[in-house]
Design a protein around this ligand. Structure first.
Ligand code: PLP
Length: 393
């Protein structure tokens, strides 16, 4: 009864759900089970062990009690039947592809999907499995209608995509994919489970990197797959075991700790980001701000339909040259320069700077695009920092 109760809100899930205090001396924090194997009273018990049973553990590459607590929380947050934790977001993503695509199959993928995943399906998969990719911009359902065929096994979405912030109509795409028996994968890292639950909209696999908001403190790398079909869940678990991508117990513990404050941190990032987005939108030197919560965002209606909020990541383009955009980034003081996001710190980056013009246009962006992660340093300091940097050009 208690566990069912703790499942009823994100706050209860992140604080108490999935934890069995009485199993570890009523410690309020679960231990880091730093063991590689578990032992058995006799050899038959060893062979009869059910690796899917919540209280049965065999070997650390299969499952670990600290990891399982984390996974139960993520499954509950995403309204899935199960979630699996991986050593990185990419380990989760590649395991998802290997769980859904067979030799010669077709993948439909949005052009602005996470770069390394796009790279994986356009180089490694064709080379080793003879798969093909059909790329879509993804902002219209029509495009998916044309791209999805009888050969399509997997549709890869990222909504919003983390550089251009364009959205895909998740439920409409799921309907099209399911009509041909394809599965839908979506990277939900930007939204976190607080602001979008794609399994409820029809998606089959939700991927998160824990390295961003779920961990939340820029001190851990990890990833998740959450799924809603129990049979497929076991299939994914078997693939993880084969491919060996399970997260370590120490990392799982850090993410459990990070998740405790997810429901406090994410709204704080979001509130500050909206203020920054509005400041930028009204700045004469800024041409365009990409942030779905802005009423001026071209897909704002779709944002309201499938998302419950927008987090702390946004991008903008200045009215000016590439050199001037670089100058802005270089003169920021509170914002640090670096890749990644989702931690306490504000960051600036130019993800498309070194792309060719053609590649940047193909992805749907611009070399000048400046991406900001709005951290927890206080929005006034962040706006003042941007104001100073923009005054320099
Ligand atoms: C960082 C990131 C990933 C990859 O996660 P890793 O943990 O670095 O492997 C995937 N998708 C998005 C949107 C990301 O920002």
């Amino acid at each position: 009864m208690e566990q069912e109760f703790y499942k009823t809100s994100p706050e209860l899930i992140t604080t108490h759900y999935g934890e069995e205090y009485e199993r570890y001396y009523n410690a309020i924090i679960p231990p880091i089970y730093m063991n590689s194997l578990n032992i058995f009273p006799n050899i038959d018990a060893y062979f009869d062990a059910d690796k899917f049973d919540k209280h049965t553990y065999i070997y650390g590459r299969v499952q670990n009690p600290t990891v399982r607590i984390l996974e139960e929380k993520v499954a509950a947050l995403e309204h899935g039947c199960a979630a699996y934790a991986f050593a990185s977001g990419m380990a989760a993503a590649t395991t998802a592809v290997q769980s859904t695509v067979t030799a010669g199959g077709n993948i439909v993928c949005v052009r602005n999907a996470y770069g390394p995943l796009a790279n994986y399906i356009s180089t490694h998969c064709p080379e080793t499995m003879g798969t093909t990719v059909t790329w879509v911009i993804g902002d219209t359902v029509e495009e998916f209608k044309e791209a999805i065929t009888g050969k399509t096994q997997l549709v890869i979405l990222e909504s919003p995509a983390s550089v251009t912030f364009t959205l895909q109509d998740i439920s409409a795409v799921c309907e099209l994919a399911h009509a041909v028996g394809a599965k839908v994968y979506i990277d939900n890292t930007f939204c976190t489970p607080l602001y979008q639950n794609p399994l409820d909209l029809g998606a089959d696999i939700v991927m998160h990197t824990a390295s961003k908001y779920m961990g939340g403190h820029s001190d851990v790398i990890g990833g998740f797959l959450a799924v809603k079909d129990p049979e497929f869940a076991h299939y994914v678990a078997d693939k993880r075991e084969l491919l060996g991508g399970i997260i370590g117990p120490m990392e799982a513990w850090l993410i459990i700790r990070g998740l405790r404050t997810l429901t406090v941190r994410v709204p704080a990032h979001a509130e500050a980001a909206l203020k920054v987005a509005k400041f930028l939108e009204n700045h004469p030197k800024v041409r365009k701000v990409n942030y779905p919560a802005l009423e001026s965002f071209p897909q704002h209606e779709l944002y309201k339909k499938q998302m419950r909020g927008c987090t702390g990541l946004l991008s903008f383009e200045i009215e000016g040259t590439k050199e001037q955009a670089k100058q802005i980034v270089n003169s920021l003081k509170v914002f640090k320069i670096g890749v990644s996001w989702g931690g306490f710190e504000s960051l600036a980056c130019m993800p498309m700077l070194r792309m060719t013009d053609e590649k940047a246009a193909w992805v749907g962006g611009d070399q000048n695009t400046i991406r900001l992660h709005i951290g927890l340093e206080g929005v006034d300091a962040l706006i003042a920092d941007l104001d100073d940097a923009l005054a320099n050009i």
